[in-house]
Design a protein around this ligand. Structure first.
Ligand code: AMP
Length: 440
């Protein structure tokens, strides 16, 4: 029960209006730790309820320790404008019965309007790294009074090249601040570096072993022979699968645009979300998709990162994502809050190895599926090829762990030639070394 956290009564009132009764696991762990003032490093998937996990203790602190005169005391940094907007909406929901004010600093919006909003000293600023740094540099964003710095989707911010901007933001605010860093994955060296520099003494809460993710989402793969085959399979799915809302991921903007045109021509009501769209178009597309007027959204990873769309129950990876962590972020759009979801990935012969590496990353095997009348000729590499490959991989592993594997001694079929002897002072020619079995 949320009441056991002793949150401010105005927050409890908002929670009961939102029908949040039981805290999710990430909330159960992170809320008390954040309320006790600890720096936190939380690994939790999108859809786990992590936004409330950092917003509730933050709003509680603002309400129980008010500042006079008013100051901007919380910065929340997220990788994309859409995510920032979505987080702002959640702030507004939780703070509905309070006087706390928040403002949005996203790229693509009018800089001067944002600067004038900052002059009115909102309690909370929610923004994207690039735009926040611009406001810091022009002096419209003042760091002195920041009590709490929240970095959400930190792994993604680093993937998107925001490491320097995030460090700038962290360095700008007071050393006494509390820092809450949320990430969907454990990230790589860059995230470790960031953790070491900006929150060395943090409590480390790992709320998701990768393979436990999205238990409510079924994950399937469908093999496809080529692009036009994928197009047919996609159309079949959209016409035959039962779903409320679907998102289709493409790896490139041009591909997203092509799919959007193809689906629009079939009289499907579709929207597209990618980085070439201006902010107004993106907002309009998202608003329509959210309100349920349109059932299909085509998107690229960056544009759709972390979006929380109620009722989204089908994710189609038209293009297989480039990494396991991108896969996680995509399927994190569905199966949210324990709802059932379906994630389908198209796999062409070129994608097979990538798909296997994603399965290994997730420690899960995807369900194989074929569509009636559209079964691909390609059903994965031939069985014995896969077996050979495994044997090869095992040998390489042995070699790297325990030195070279001795080549098997080859018994000569005929009698061995007599040992070579030096003739007229020439050394005997050496026999060629046996070929390294892993070389080819
Ligand atoms: P998030 O991981 O923060 O994007 O949250 C995913 C979805 O779960 C959002 O739509 C939240 O409104 C919802 N949610 C978060 N916490 C709870 C809760 N304790 N009870 C019910 N729904 C929740």
């Amino acid at each position: 029960m949320f009441s056991s956290f002793h949150l401010h009564e105005r927050l409890l009132k908002a929670l009961s209006e939102l029908a949040f009764t039981e805290p999710t696991p990430v909330q159960a762990q992170a809320i008390p730790a954040a309320m006790a003032g600890h720096n936190l490093l939380v690994t939790a998937q999108t859809g786990s309820g992590k936004t409330a996990a950092f917003l509730l203790p933050t709003l509680h602190r603002l309400l129980t320790h008010p500042a006079t005169p008013a100051q901007t005391r919380v910065w929340i940094v997220l990788p994309t404008r859409e995510l920032a907007r979505q987080t702002l909406e959640q702030v507004e929901q939780f703070a509905k019965f309070t006087f706390l004010k928040a403002c949005l600093l996203g790229g693509g919006e009018d800089f001067r309007v944002q600067a004038s909003q900052l002059r009115r000293v909102p309690d909370i600023v929610v923004g994207t790294p690039g735009r926040m740094v611009e406001h810091l540099e022009t002096g419209s964003l003042l760091p002195a009074q920041v009590d709490i710095l929240i970095l959400d989707e930190a792994d993604r911010m680093l993937d998107m090249g925001f490491a320097e901007a995030v460090e700038k933001i962290a360095k700008a605010c007071s050393a006494r601040r509390q820092t809450l860093l949320f990430s969907a994955t454990r990230g790589g060296a860059a995230l470790k570096g960031l953790r070491d520099t900006i929150l060395p003494d943090a409590q480390d809460l790992q709320l998701n072993a990768v393979h436990e993710l999205n238990a409510e989402t079924r994950q399937q793969v469908i093999t496809s022979d080529h692009t036009s085959h994928k197009d047919q399979q996609l159309l079949w799915l959209l016409q035959n699968e039962t779903f409320a809302k679907a998102i289709i991921f493409a790896n490139k903007r041009t591909e997203a645009e092509r799919l959007f045109r193809m689906l629009s021509q079939r009289e499907l009501k579709v929207y597209v979300l990618h980085g070439d769209k201006d902010q107004k178009e993106r907002n309009r597309a998202l608003a329509s998709f959210r309100t349920g007027q349109d059932k299909v959204m085509v998107a690229t990873d960056v544009a759709a990162r972390g979006l929380d769309i109620e009722g989204l129950d089908l994710v189609v990876n038209y293009d297989i994502p480039r990494s396991g962590s991108d896969y996680l972020h995509r399927i994190g759009r569905t199966g949210r809050g324990g709802e059932a979801g379906l994630a389908i990935s198209f796999v062409t012969p070129n994608d097979w190895n990538l798909m296997c590496s994603i399965e290994r990353y997730l420690k899960q095997a995807f369900e194989r599926r074929n569509l009636q009348g559209l079964k691909a000729r390609y059903q994965g590499p031939p069985k014995n090829a896969a077996k050979k490959k495994k044997q090869q991989a095992r040998k390489v592993e042995k070699q790297t762990r325990g030195g070279p594997v001795k080549p098997k001694s080859i018994k000569p079929k005929t009698k061995p030639a007599p040992a070579a002897v030096a003739i007229d002072g020439f050394a005997p020619m050496k026999r060629k070394a046996a070929k390294d079995p892993n070389q080819y």
